[in-house]
Ligand binder design. Structure first.
Ligand code: ZN
Ligand code: ZN
Length: 409
């Protein structure tokens, strides 16, 4: 594999399909040291496409970890408002957001879980207003990943660090179609297929979905007015962009108060720098009434206790088990990849675009419509080769959507 050549194609994909950078656009790129070679390639191509400015939001894992381990308790009480105000001012000035994530799945393993969940709550609260710019697609935004040595070693423990990073790059390029002759064209074809599924599901307007698989026997009602989405999104002035690279899912919102049965996660969840394994839930009237996990149970408990909506579902997503990501055969231990290899749900906030009137409704109307609200939105995986998903219409008619993990429609 020629890393440099693939990096160029990856950068082109991120700019042309992910962000759809147009002349006059400006970018905020969040990155760490591992993202610099890719960010430099992105910068060269972005300016050549007519971008006016790139602002770097730089972070470092070790400095983040030092804060959790060594900073005094008071340091975690408040987040100054100017961070969010800065972002909001930038967004209003035609800046768009690119996150180049080099995740470190177990960075915070030794940090105090209370401190992690408290700080997450403070951050979510401080960012509540500005987060709407991306949640409601008022700006173009894109999340793409690259290997950190720690992530690569977590995925390929038997390899040395450099080999592990190279191996993970290769898998990322396969999963994102960068190894194909024309990745931009491949993504345009992929987008057409996603939109076809979206249209089918919206025409069917299922009343509920039935899930059956190992440890899973779940009924998920879909509220009236729910909208399936997938692939690209659109900002108000009309530009189309792809928020996630990769993305293989079509998704909507479950009814926050009408989910019942048993649900067993099929992959570990990496959140807040910890890995939660073996998650199981019991749902009654939309809420998690019982749960367990074979590791990091206390992180899961904190997550569920974030607020009232953290115990309810805000997203239902369907993904075939034969996506390019599944075909890599790899557990990436990273949500962006693993969620796109697998059907999943999210605990917490529903995307407002998942409801026909999501961007206009008041909080009270959203609640009445069955649309969940929370400070969190955390995806977890339920797919796999044994999952069956059946759609049920209002007249009782049944349509099998996925069998043995794969699309049948
Ligand atoms: Zn999703
Ligand atoms: Zn999600």
């Amino acid at each position: 594999m020629d890393l440099q050549q693939h990096l160029k194609k990856y950068a082109e994909l991120i700019l042309k399909v992910g962000l759809n950078v147009l002349p006059g656009d400006k970018l905020i790129i969040r990155l760490d040291e591992y993202g610099l070679p890719l960010a430099r390639e992105i910068a060269r191509q972005a300016y050549a496409l007519g971008a006016h400015d790139i602002y770097l939001a730089f972070a470092d894992d070790q400095i983040t970890l030092a804060r959790y381990l060594l900073a005094p308790e008071e340091a975690f009480g408040t987040r100054p408002a100017f961070f969010a105000e800065f972002m909001e001012a930038a967004y209003l000035d035609n800046y768009h957001f690119l996150a180049l994530n080099a995740p470190n799945p177990e960075l915070l393993r030794d940090a105090d879980p209370r401190r992690i969940s408290n700080w997450n709550r403070v951050l979510s609260k401080a960012n509540e207003q500005v987060a709407r710019y991306s949640m409601e697609n008022r700006i173009k935004w894109c999340i793409a990943c690259l290997p950190s040595p720690a992530w690569a070693k977590a995925v390929f423990p038997a390899l040395g660090e450099d080999e592990a990073v190279a191996a993970l790059w290769q898998k990322i390029f396969e999963a994102t179609r960068v190894t194909m002759p024309d990745p931009v064209a491949a993504w345009q074809a992929h987008e057409v297929q996603l939109k076809r599924r979206v249209n089918f599901l919206n025409e069917q307007a299922f009343e509920k979905l039935l899930y059956r698989g190992p440890g899973t026997d779940l009924e998920v009602c879909l509220p009236e007015g729910h909208v399936w989405m997938g692939g690209s999104s659109r900002i108000p002035r009309g530009d189309v962009f792809m928020p996630n690279i990769p993305t293989e899912e079509v998704f909507s919102m479950p009814h926050a108060y009408k989910v019942n049965g048993l649900l067993q996660a099929t992959m570990p969840l990496s959140t807040s720098g910890r890995l939660i394994e073996g998650m199981r839930f019991v749902f009654k009237d939309g809420a998690v009434v019982d749960f367990d996990a074979s590791s990091s149970r206390e992180i899961l408990e904190d997550l569920l206790n974030t607020d009232e909506g953290a115990r309810r579902l805000g997203e239902v997503a369907l993904v075939g088990d034969d996506s390019p990501i599944s075909r890599t055969g790899l557990l990436f231990k990273n949500t962006l990849f693993d969620e796109n290899a697998s059907c999943h749900f999210a605990l917490g906030k529903a995307y407002s675009e998942s409801h026909v009137r999501g961007n206009e409704m008041t909080a009270e109307e959203k609640r009445a419509a069955g649309m969940n609200d929370s400070l969190i939105h955390v995806d977890f995986m339920v797919g796999g080769p044994q999952l069956e998903v059946v759609g049920v219409k209002a007249d009782g008619a049944r349509v099998t959507l996925l069998r043995s993990g794969n699309w049948v429609v």
